[in-house]
Ligand binder design. Structure first.
Ligand SMILES: *Cc1c(COP(=O)(O)O)cnc(C)c1O
Length: 369
C-alpha cells in the first residue's frame, strides 16, 4: 500500500469542524497489529485494550467502545434513567439536546429541560439549576429532574471544575445522576492542566470522543462503573451499535490518543491568537475563546455567507459558518491564510447594508459536528 499520499492531510485547510481530520500514516500502519476477534462476544483484545485504556485515563472501572458520540451519549442517558416520567436538565446548546436527532425523547422518553445559562457560558448551580430543578417529592404534575447532563467543552468553552464540584454534590444529595458529554474533555484537560480523571470523578458517566479532536476515524468511549457499562452494552446492542471486528478501528483510535493528544495545545494557541486578532480589530465574537474554536458573530459583523464564500475561495480555505474550528492537521500556511481571510471578510462586510440572515441549511448541518 502506498502511504505517501497520506503524508499531507487534505484537511490542512478545513476549518468547518475538528472532526474533519484524516487518519495518519501511523494510524494506518497500526492496523497491521490489530487483533481480529469478535467484539460483540467480547473476544477482541484491541477493543478491550482501548476500552481499558480510556477507562484508566478517566479513572473509571470500565469503558465501552461506541461507533459515535451520539450513541455513547444516548445510551448513557438511557442507563442513567430508570422509570419515567422524568426530565433531563442541560444547557440549551447541548449536543445531547440540539444535535442528536431527538434521541432523548424517543430513546429515553425524557422531558428535556434546556436551560439558557445566566452567565452565557456555562450552567451554575445557584443561577440555573436550583431555580429550574423539579424535585421528586410526590407532586404529580411535573416530570422530576433525574439527570443533569453537562458538556465540557461546550462551543469550545471551559466548564470550571469548582462549579462541577458544586453541581455534583447537589446531585448526590438529591438522588440525581450526572452525565458528562466530554466529546472535547481532552481539550479542556489540555487547556487547564486538570487531568481527565479528576474531571470524571464527579460524574456517573462520561462520553469521550475519539473522532473529533483526536482524529481517530470513528468512535467514542463511554466510561463508568462496571455495572453501568454492562447495561450500556445492552442498549448499545439494541441500537444496532454492536460492531464485530472492531479491533482494526480500536487500534487506530489508540494510536490517535497516543500521538495526537500532545498536539492539541497548538490548536488552542492558534485559536486564541485568531480570537485576539479579532478583538484587536473590533470583530465581534459570539463566545470567548478558551480552546480550539473561534465563533465570529456573523450578525454583528455583517459578514454574510456570500462574503464567507468569497474569502474561502480567495484563500483556499473551508468554512461552514462563523464558527472557525481548529484541529491538529491545520497547517501553518492555512493558519496565516485564515487570519487574512477573517480580516478581509470584515473589511468587505463594512459595505454590507443587509442583515445577515440565518445560516443556510447546509451550513447548519455542518455546525452540528
Ligand atoms: C460531535 C459531538 C458529539 C457526537 O459525536 P458523533 O460521533 O458525531 O455522533 C457529541 N457531543 C459533542 C459535544 C459533539 O461535538
Amino acid at each position: 500500500m502506498d502511504l505517501t499520499v497520506y503524508k499531507t492531510s487534505p484537511a490542512h485547510n478545513d476549518f468547518r469542524s475538528d472532526t474533519f481530520t484524516t487518519p495518519t500514516v501511523s494510524m494506518i500502519e497500526s492496523l497491521a497489529s490489530a487483533t481480529l476477534g469478535d467484539a460483540v462476544y467480547n473476544e477482541d483484545k484491541a477493543t478491550i485494550d482501548l476500552e481499558s485504556k480510556v477507562a484508566k485515563i478517566a479513572g473509571k472501572e470500565a469503558g465501552l467502545y461506541c461507533v459515535s458520540g451520539t450513541l455513547s451519549n444516548q445510551i448513557a442517558l438511557r442507563v442513567n434513567l430508570l422509570q419515567p416520567p422524568y426530565s433531563v436538565m442541560c444547557d440549551y446548546r447541548a449536543h445531547v439536546y440540539v444535535h442528536e436527532a431527538g434521541g432523548m425523547a424517543t430513546l429515553s422518553q425524557a422531558m428535556p429541560q434546556a436551560i439558557k445559562p445566566k452567565n452565557g457560558v456555562h450552567l451554575t448551580l445557584e443561577d440555573d439549576i436550583l431555580p429550574n430543578f423539579i424535585p421528586d417529592d410526590g407532586e404529580i404534575h411535573g416530570a422530576p429532574t433525574k439527570l443533569i447532563s453537562l458538556e465540557n467543552t461546550l462551543h469550545g468553552m471551559l466548564f470550571p471544575l469548582e462549579e462541577i464540584k458544586k453541581i455534583s454534590a447537589f446531585c448526590k444529595k438529591n438522588d440525581v445522576k450526572l452525565h458528562l458529554d466530554g466529546a472535547r474533555l481532552w481539550n479542556a484537560s489540555v487547556a487547564t492542566g486538570i487531568s481527565i480523571s479528576e474531571y470524571c470523578q464527579y460524574f456517573d458517566s462520561v462520553s469521550l470522543c475519539l473522532s473529533k479532536t483526536l482524529g481517530a476515524p470513528i468512535g467514542s468511549v463511554l466510561v463508568s462503573s462496571k455495572k453501568f457499562i454492562a447495561k450500556a452494552n445492552h442498549f448499545r446492542k439494541q441500537n444496532g451499535g454492536g460492531v464485530r471486528q472492531s479491533g482494526l478501528l480500536a487500534r487506530m483510535a489508540s494510536t490517535a490518543i497516543d500521538e495526537n493528544l500532545p498536539k492539541l495545545e497548538k490548536t488552542h494557541k492558534m485559536a486564541l491568537e485568531l480570537g485576539k486578532l479579532c478583538e484587536e480589530n473590533g470583530i465581534a465574537l459570539e463566545h470567548p475563546v478558551h480552546t480550539n474554536f473561534v465563533f465570529v458573530d456573523l450578525a454583528e459583523t455583517k459578514i454574510s455567507y456570500d462574503i464567507l464564500r468569497q474569502v474561502s475561495e480567495k484563500y483556499n480555505l473551508k468554512f461552514a459558518s462563523g464558527r472557525i474550528a481548529f484541529h491538529y492537521q491545520i497547517s501553518d500556511e492555512s493558519f496565516e491564510a485564515v487570519k487574512k481571510a477573517v480580516l478581509d471578510a470584515y473589511e468587505i462586510a463594512k459595505d454590507n447594508k443587509d442583515d445577515v440572515v440565518a445560516a443556510p441549511k447546509f451550513y447548519q448541518a455542518q455546525e452540528a459536528n
